[in-house]
Design a protein around this ligand. Structure first.
Ligand code: FE2
Length: 300
């Protein structure tokens, strides 16, 4: 089956200090504000009307993950499939005025996904301003108590294809219809979001990222390096709301329709560099133990 979602649509976060969260996203990642009103800010790195959505809240948590479907028929099909899989459908009301149709459901561990029609392209192709300036929002990595079960739910409901997994399903990487190695991954841990990522144009951007964080008295949590799974360059930092942000480039694209999911031995505590970081440095505890919970769902 062709994956029912094309790509990552958005990441929506509740933040305790929306001014700081906006400033951090603009001055480090280098996105820009499209709209801000009623305690909600829409930010983007490209033509899409919204990629990062920040909601003023009393704590930092994940609100929902948007996955972009091809059309309204797919949204309806996802609703049916979610119900058939025994998952809770939370809403059919789009979370943003710029979204035509959507369905929001929760996994069995409470990860909240909104599968929606395409985000309109209302913004300039590129912009000037501070920060590194990504090309696009790239992928999310969920933290889940049962990584295998959650990855199976997402494959069943959304038709995501497994690109690669570790022997014990400690991490499962799944691709959408755009065939990039992973749009959603699951990693074993407490239920929540492990990280989300921006795609950057080149390795030079990683140097600017490190220097930008250094100038603010901050640092990279892990990287730069190159993952074995996905073959992408990476560097990670924690933003000022406590979310782990990964910056990537050169993600593998899997064109082979008959691709069989690769199975990799991660080693004890992710100690196999060829899977984790081909350049050698293994993830610190700040990375391996990180997660941010999802907020209780808003039903409508
Ligand atoms: Fe990642």
């Amino acid at each position: 089956m062709r994956p029912m979602v094309q790509r990552l649509g958005y990441v929506a976060l509740n933040v305790a200090d929306i001014d700081i969260a906006i400033e951090d996203a603009c001055t480090v990642a280098g996105v820009r504000v499209v709209e801000r009103e009623n305690g909600r800010a829409l930010l983007t790195s490209n033509q899409r009307h919204a990629e990062l959505i920040l909601y003023a809240s009393n704590s930092d948590s994940v609100r929902s993950i948007g996955l972009q479907a091809h059309n309204v028929d797919v949204v309806a099909a996802v609703r049916r499939r979610a119900e058939q899989a025994g998952l809770t459908v939370l809403s059919e009301r789009p979370s943003l005025p710029c979204i035509d149709r959507s369905v929001t459901f929760a996994t069995s561990e409470g990860h909240i996904f909104e599968v929606h029609t395409p985000i309109p392209l209302t913004q300039p192709v590129r912009h000037t301003g501070p920060g590194i300036r990504p090309r696009c929002l790239d992928h999310v990595n969920l933290s889940s108590r049962d990584s295998e079960a959650i990855s199976n739910e997402l494959q069943t409901v959304l038709g995501l294809r497994q690109s690669e997994r570790t022997t014990g399903h400690e991490i499962v990487w799944m691709r959408a219809a755009d065939n990039r190695h992973h749009t959603v991954a699951t990693v074993k841990g407490p239920s929540g979001l492990h990280h989300f990522s921006w795609e950057f144009a080149s390795f030079d951007d990683f140097k600017r990222l490190g220097d930008t964080l250094d100038a603010q008295g901050r640092f990279l949590v892990w990287g730069p390096g190159r993952h074995g799974a996905g073959d992408n360059l990476f560097a990670c930092y924690i933003d000022r709301s406590g979310f782990l942000v990964e910056c990537i480039a050169e993600m593998e694209v899997i064109e082979d329709e008959n691709h069989q999911a690769r199975i990799a031995d991660p080693g004890e505590n992710l100690s196999n560099p060829k899977v984790v970081n081909r350049w050698g440095a293994l993830p610190p505890r700040l990375w391996t133990e990180h997660f941010v919970p999802f907020a209780p769902p808003i039903t409508a």
